[in-house]
Design a protein around this ligand. Structure first.
Ligand code: SF4
Length: 578
């Protein structure tokens, strides 16, 4: 990964490709690289859909190696949804392939004149950019079939659906999985809209079976990787719960904790949870001939994904994840998994973030557009987003736009981004992360659920304020570092609980690059990334007053515990200044 591939879509004679060394960005990968580049090269006050914004696509430091779990891809830009800096990451094959081709990042710059649509092919011969208007308006699944027919199945792709072409705030970028399906999405923050603004429909990657990247110290690397995998396999979350039931194993757990947001965050428990739980989902998938255990990229040993098939055994979508099942299920009052699976497929096909879309539909239900629990109505609404009807364009631009258009005052969003599937009134630690993350409300930015609920890395009582600031701060620091490695964040369960697994991860990085980093160095990397991101946000006009939850979380108690979000503003201000 020794160069940056810059593609200026706005170059006067047509898109221009140039290759640069990693100067100034050497030693960075994943989120560390996307955030450093955006902070340095993108004017913080620019319009996110204008020519000054850049889309940075970066594999992690260990991507393209034989390290287990190392296939996460970071995609960064100034977000059209939040106006902050953004890093959204996804699984699938592209990170491994891009890294093996030798790229630290692909950087899309500028905006082309006219309304032609482009495809980019990156292989061992370099990068080629072609106009292909026959791709206009294609949903992701049809698009990938068409690309496959032309380029074969030895490729992988990043693509946008109609939502990205229409530059909607909830638009995602799809990454193809091992079966070359567009199922893994960099969903959050409208990164797909930025790709759409640059008129790039699809990036096709072909490494021609290039070998994995070679470590500086192969024997030590192999030893550390073996220990790392053993650590993942021996931990109950990464070795048992996630492989057996997927992330949706959390539905029953979070419902039991009274923190499962139901009908636009009005209740903390959903009466229909047993019909949409991970346990039921896995049973249904296997009984129909699908699969409840599946990896989203080669080298994943946890395999939290699956294949969801209909009652005739036909493929419907990948296993809908916990956040998706919640966003389209409990939060919309829908308790039918086949309906939720269809909504998941439509999100993937049109290229939409499932969280933002589910929360927007729940708001439309709150506004009386359709009733809570109306599955057929929800499916129709997503089709409207895909078609770009006036109502669809409102919903496709996310929770805040939807709430404003329908005059709602209970809007579960921070810095313009919808809250995920954990109510902060019943899990105070995740509320601290939602409020203070550099990305807007984002559970993955500092997953306090691990310690508040799952008792991983210790225990901090979810219903009390004590300990939540330090918990969220430490998790945000650790996450920024992990997001730079290319590792799936789910390794954190084992890494937080088992010192030897954490050490094995550091040993792998050291063996690969010939370094001698310590745990403290890793923490310092995370802190530095957060500082860079916060500095960008400050220059974009954000301050401590934006690090807050919506008022209704402080004012309206949530049943069954009858609690509100109780962490005070002074304490929130200490997260990044403590
Ligand atoms: S654990 Fe799940 S999300 Fe992570 S890499 Fe594996 S399949 Fe993908």
């Amino acid at each position: 990964m020794d160069c940056l591939l810059r593609i200026n879509m706005g170059s006067p004679g047509g898109p221009a490709v140039s290759r640069y060394g990693m100067d100034g960005y050497a030693g960075l990968g994943g989120r560390g690289l996307t955030s450093a580049l955006i902070a340095r090269e993108v004017p913080p006050l620019c319009h996110p859909l204008g020519p000054e914004n850049k889309l940075v696509i970066a594999p992690g430091l260990l991507s393209g190696t034989s390290a287990a779990m190392s296939g996460r891809l970071s995609i960064g830009c100034k977000s059209p949804l939040t106006g902050t800096i953004k890093e959204s990451n996804a699984g699938g094959q592209p990170a491994q392939v891009l890294a093996r081709l030798g790229y630290g990042a692909v950087v899309l710059e500028g905006v082309p004149a006219g309304d032609d649509l482009y495809k980019i092919v990156i292989d061992r011969d370099g990068a080629r950019i072609e106009i292909d208007n026959s791709l206009k308006g294609l949903p992701n699944y049809d698009l990938i079939e068409k690309i496959k027919a032309r380029h074969g199945d030895g490729i992988c792709c990043l693509s946008i659906g109609p939502a990205g072409e229409m530059r909607m705030g909830a638009a995602s970028i799809a990454c193809t999985d091992m079966e070359l399906r567009p199922t893994r999405h960099a969903g959050r923050g409208g990164v797909g809209a930025v790709m759409g603004s640059k008129r790039v429909k699809v990036i096709i990657l072909d490494d021609g079976k290039t070998a994995t990247r070679e470590p500086a110290n192969p024997a030590e690397f192999r030893r550390a990787n073996k220990l790392f995998v053993e650590g993942l396999r021996s931990h109950p979350v990464t070795g048992q719960a996630l492989p057996a039931y997927g992330t949706n194993v959390l539905a029953n757990v979070i419902n039991e904790a009274g923190a499962y947001p139901t009908r636009n965050f009005r209740q903390g428990r959903f009466e229909g949870v047993s019909k949409i739980s991970g346990e039921y989902q896995a049973e249904l998938e296997t009984s129909r001939g699908g699969s409840a255990t599946h990896g989203c990229h080669r080298g994943c040993t946890i395999r939290c994904s699956g294949i969801y098939v209909d009652k005739n055994g036909r493929y419907m979508t990948k296993q809908p994840e916990y956040e998706t099942v919640w966003a389209h299920g409990a939060n919309c009052g829908i308790d039918d998994l086949d309906t939720i699976a269809m909504l998941d497929f439509l999100d993937d096909n049109y290229g939409l973030d499932t969280i933002e879309t589910g929360v927007s539909i729940a708001l439309a239900m709150d506004a009386g557009i359709i009733p809570f629990g109306d599955g057929a109505g929800a499916i129709d609404l997503i089709h409207q987003v895909g078609k770009g009807t006036p109502l669809g364009r409102i919903l496709g631009n996310g929770a805040e736009v939807t709430a404003r258009c329908f005059g709602l005052d209970r809007v579960p969003a921070v810095k313009g981004q919808a809250l995920p599937a954990y109510d902060p009134r019943a899990i105070q630690g995740i509320g601290v992360t939602y409020a203070t993350s550099t990305m807007g409300a984002d559970h993955t930015a500092g997953y306090a659920i691990a310690t508040n609920i799952l008792k991983v890395g210790g225990f901090v009582d979810p219903l009390k304020t004590e300990g939540q600031i330090a918990l969220s701060r430490n998790l945000q620091v650790a996450t920024a570092a992990v997001d730079s490695t290319g590792m799936c964040l789910f390794i954190a369960f084992a890494v937080l609980d088992q010192p030897e697994t954490f050490q094995a991860l550091i040993d792998m990085i050291n063996a690969f690059y010939g370094l001698s980093m310590t745990g403290e160095d890793v923490a310092n990397l995370g802190k530095r990334i957060l500082e860079i991101e916060r500095d960008f946000n400050r220059r974009a006009g954000f301050n401590g007053e934006h690090d807050r939850l919506p008022r209704f979380f402080h004012k309206q108690p949530l049943e069954p515990h009858g609690t509100t979000f109780m962490v005070g503003n002074e304490d929130l201000d200490k997260v990044h200044n403590g």
